[in-house]
Design a protein around this ligand. Structure first.
Ligand code: PMP
Length: 283
C-alpha cells in the first residue's frame, strides 16, 4: 500500500480526501516541487526548498510547514521502502478549501498539502543518444518563474510534441528561445554556452543552476543570454536540463539538425562532470 503525506499525516493514498472546493482544483491556485533521490541523497534539496518558499511567497500562500519538506520527503521514502533505489518525491501545496471566489479566503483557511514518492528509472536512451524537440510560440503567462500547478499551456504543448514523435516542446517568446514545457535549454555556439537568463519568462531550474556552475568550473565560456530563433543555424549543440532528464542532448530543434545530429563534445563533457559529481556525493 502506497503511503502519502496529506495535511500533516502519513496515510494510504486511497484515504486522501481533497474537497471539490479546494482552490487547487478550482483555480490551480497552488505550487509544487519535484525532488530526486539518488539512492543515498536528495539532489540539491536546499535549492528546491528555497524555490518552493519563493513560489509560496510570490503567491502569498502561507504554509508554515515549508521547512519540513526534506523531512516529509525522507519519511515518504522510508514508509514506501524506496531508500535503496532511485526515486522521486512530488509535493503540492494549495491555498486550501473555500467557497469559490476569485478573492483569497478571508480569514485564511488551512493550506492543503500533499506529497507522494515513487521509484524512478531515468530515460537512459534519450540521455545517451539525444532527443528531437519542437519549437512553438510561448503561450504561457508572464510569471513562469513561479512553480505554479497552472500548467495547461505546458501540458498542451508537450502533448503536441508527443503527437509529433518529439520529446519536448521548446518555447519562443518575441523571437527568443525561453525554455521547454518542463525543462530549461542550453545552446553551444562557437564554444560558448548560452541559456536564457533568470527572468519572469523561465523557471529557474535547480539543474540549470548547477549546470552553469559545473560549466564554469570546467572553464567553459558562459553567456546567460537568450538564443534567438533566427540564430539556430549558428548553434552546434543543445541540451535540455531538468531533475529527471539531467543533461539530455538535443540533436534536432524545430526540424533543424544540430551539429552532426549526435550529442556534441561540450554537452558530453558537462554530462560527464554532472555524473562525476553525483558519484562523489553518493560516496
Ligand atoms: N522549466 C520548467 C517549465 C519546468 O517545469 C522544469 C521542471 N521543474 C524546469 C524548467 C527544470 O527545473 P529543475 O531543473 O529544477 O527540475
Amino acid at each position: 500500500m502506497e503511503t502519502t503525506y496529506f495535511n500533516g499525516k502519513y496515510i494510504p493514498k486511497d484515504e486522501v480526501r481533497i474537497s471539490p472546493d479546494d482552490r487547487g482544483f478550482l483555480f490551480a491556485d497552488g505550487v509544487y516541487e519535484v525532488i530526486r533521490w539518488y539512492d543515498g541523497f536528495f539532489y540539491d534539496i536546499n535549492s528546491h526548498l528555497t524555490r518552493l518558499k519563493r513560489s509560496l511567497r510570490e503567491l502569498r500562500i502561507n504554509w508554515p510547514e515549508a521547512d519540513s519538506f526534506p523531512t516529509i520527503a525522507g519519511k515518504l521514502l522510508n514508509f514506501n521502502k524506496l531508500e535503496d533505489q532511485p526515486a522521486m518525491v512530488y509535493l503540492q501545496v494549495t491555498r486550501g478549501q473555500a467557497r469559490r471566489s476569485h478573492s483569497f479566503p478571508s480569514p485564511e483557511v488551512p493550506i492543503t498539502s500533499y506529497a507522494y514518492s515513487w521509484g524512478f528509472s531515468p530515460d537512459i536512451t534519450s540521455i545517451e543518444t539525444g532527443i528531437k524537440v519542437m519549437l512553438k510560440e510561448d503561450i504561457r503567462w508572464s510569471r513562469c518563474d513561479i512553480k505554479s500547478v497552472s500548467l495547461l499551456p505546458n501540458t498542451m504543448s508537450f502533448q503536441e510534441a508527443c503527437e509529433n514523435g518529439l520529446k519536448e516542446c521548446i518555447f519562443v517568446r518575441n523571437g527568443n528561445i525561453t525554455e521547454g514545457s518542463h525543462s530549461n535549454i542550453f545552446f553551444v555556439s562557437n564554444g560558448t554556452l548560452f541559456t536564457h537568463p533568470e527572468s519572469n519568462h523561465i523557471l529557474s531550474g535547480v539543474t540549470r543552476k548547477n549546470i552553469l556552475r559545473i560549466a564554469q568550473e570546467c572553464g567553459i565560456k558562459i553567456r546567460e543570454e537568450a538564443m534567438q530563433e533566427n540564430r539556430i543555424r549558428f548553434v552546434q549543440e543543445a541540451f535540455i536540463t531538468n531533475t529527471s532528464a539531467e543533461v539530455t542532448p538535443v540533436i534536432e530543434l524545430g526540424g533543424n539538425t544540430l551539429g552532426d545530429g549526435v550529442p556534441g563534445p561540450v554537452t558530453k563533457i558537462i554530462r560527464k562532470e554532472f555524473y562525476d559529481e553525483i558519484k562523489v556525493l553518493k560516496g
